[in-house]
Design a protein around this ligand. Sequence first.
Ligand code: MG
Length: 249
Amino acid sequence: MKINLSLPLVLIFACSVVHAQQSTKKNPESTEIWEPQPRIITPGNNPGDAPSDATILFDGKNLDNWVSLDGTPAKWMVSDGAMTVVRGARDIRTKQEFGDFQLHIEWRTPPVTNANQTGQNRGNSGIFLQGRYEVQVLDNFDNKTYANGQAASVYKQHIPLVNASRKPGEWQVYDIIYTAPRFNNEGRLLIPAKVTVMHNGVLVQHQVDIWGPTEYIGMPVYQAHGKGPIQLQDHGDAVSFRNIWIREL
Ligand code: MG
């Protein structure tokens, strides 16, 4: 069908478009959004302090929010406001499970006492996101190891952008922003997990795609899952943690 537009009609249309564009330019309110307003929260007083909407996972006093992987009480040591790996007590995990989140966690590797403590055998622990995907904890101060297994690596997957390690015995900080993987109803991966990591305030992992659950040997393969815990690794070294809080997104 052929549409005959008369010249006056075309002119009226063109003029109204120009008029609309001009009024948008003149009117700043036309691009303002007022509702909904963001939720009001209270930020911490100092960097690293939990904001008012965070869930405190460890406040330095007890392991009430943690259990061993088999669900029995966590057997790590709590003293001086920190929890410390007890060799052989195995990994611990949060009772609560999470999807997408912002996680703040502080950690400290023990002093080096033995010349045999090199590579992966120096202050090794780890933070398993949703109980599956490890952000490596390691004393990498003047200690070389494979780059995709050093501190702040996504273990055996992503090398950190820089080595921002502090000396053993000093407290270090990870701020982790994590987006869980998405699966379809048949359990097929739609979108891989994504992670951003700041190590001592320095960007070291920038929105990297996680390839699948952390494997020591071989390539990872995704398995569909829902929410999962934060899991901390007992790798035999007396690594300490403190001030752990999370905000589910
Ligand atoms: Mg580890």
